[in-house]
Design a protein around this ligand. Structure first.
Ligand SMILES: NC(=O)c1ccc[n+]([C@@H]2O[C@H](COP(=O)([O-])OP(=O)(O)OC[C@H]3O[C@@H](n4cnc5c(N)ncnc54)[C@H](O)[C@@H]3O)[C@@H](O)[C@H]2O)c1
Length: 260
């Protein structure tokens, strides 16, 4: 039996690809046969991810971009097309780190930054990417939202609001571009073991101890579990899916909690 590569012939732009979830998605996509343009505000991290893909025998480029800047998003789309001849897949992973607080204490600047990166960043890559996806004969858009985009979260208004709006933006893109052969879905992770979670909890052990009981599966998630969902959404395995939110949260939203 010959091996089937789920993303053979695809070209993906992954923003925030220098991060842990973005990096895992980029590398898994490459293993499935896609060529990858890795963009991140941290140049070295983007190049390191692309370098790992190339070392493993794949094709990738890595570059610096700030997704909140229209010209960076336009350039990133152009760079992917120049390098690989087309663009079929957009994965918006980039997200800002926003301090916790309430509407009283969060600065307007921090609020605007969260929306500019988490929401407008996806708007911008889609703005410049959709014409290329259409030119390629169709494609897929995967916006990484969050379980926290579905619920109210104390102290995290900018993050939660931006992710909720990202979910709705994605359904609108799905509506507007179904006839172009473009499918658009969000993927909403639960707490995943990354530096982002560790910043909040200190160590993996502490994160699991504090968060685990809130999950039906009794633990936090792994980046590969998110990358697997992204491969599904990018591939023809999800060919009848658009305008949806794929929740990969270990059962966090399905029940109140084991502890209360
Ligand atoms: N880790 C979790 O538990 C978790 C849970 C739910 C959702 N998510 C979402 O998954 C995504 C990735 O999370 P992660 O844990 O890998 O975080 P991360 O901080 O490792 O990755 C985010 C990446 O985005 C980059 N970035 C930040 N601002 C940028 C900008 N303006 N332009 C371009 N790149 C920028 C960062 O440099 C970083 O590499 C985020 O969208 C996050 O909201 C994460």
């Amino acid at each position: 039996m010959t091996q089937k590569y789920l993303l053979a012939g695809r070209v993906a732009l992954v923003t925030g690809g220098g991060g842990e979830i973005g990096g895992a998605i980029a590398k898994r996509f490459a293993q499935e046969g896609a060529q990858i343009a890795v963009g991140d505000i941290r140049l070295e991290a983007a190049q390191a991810c692309a370098g790992e893909i190339i070392k493993a025998g794949g094709k990738a480029i890595g570059f610096q971009m700030d997704v909140s800047q229209p010209e960076d998003c336009e350039k990133a789309v152009r760079a992917a097309v120049e390098a690989f001849g087309k663009l079929t897949t957009l994965v918006n992973v980039a997200a800002a780190v926003t301090p916790d607080g309430t509407v009283e204490t969060i600065s307007f600047e921090d609020w605007n930054r969260a929306l500019a990166v988490n929401l407008s960043g996806a708007f911008l890559t889609c703005k410049y990417g959709v014409p290329e996806l259409r030119r390629a004969g169709g494609g897929t858009i995967i916006n990484i939202a969050s379980q926290l985009g579905q619920i109210g979260v104390p102290g995290r208004a900018p993050y939660s609001s931006s992710k909720a709006a990202l979910i709705r933006l994605t359904t609108c893109i799905a509506c507007d571009h179904a006839e172009d052969g473009i499918r658009a879905n969000t993927l909403s992770p639960g707490a995943i073991d990354t530096a982002r979670t560790l910043r909040r909890w200190g160590t993996r052990e502490k994160a699991n101890e504090m968060r685990g009981p809130l999950y039906l599966l009794g633990r936090t998630g792994q980046v590969d579990e998110i990358a697997a969902g992204a491969v599904f959404l990018a591939s023809d395995e999800s060919s009848f899916m658009t305008g949806a939110d794929l929740l990969i949260d270990g059962g966090f939203l399905a029940f109140k909690s084991k502890t209360t």
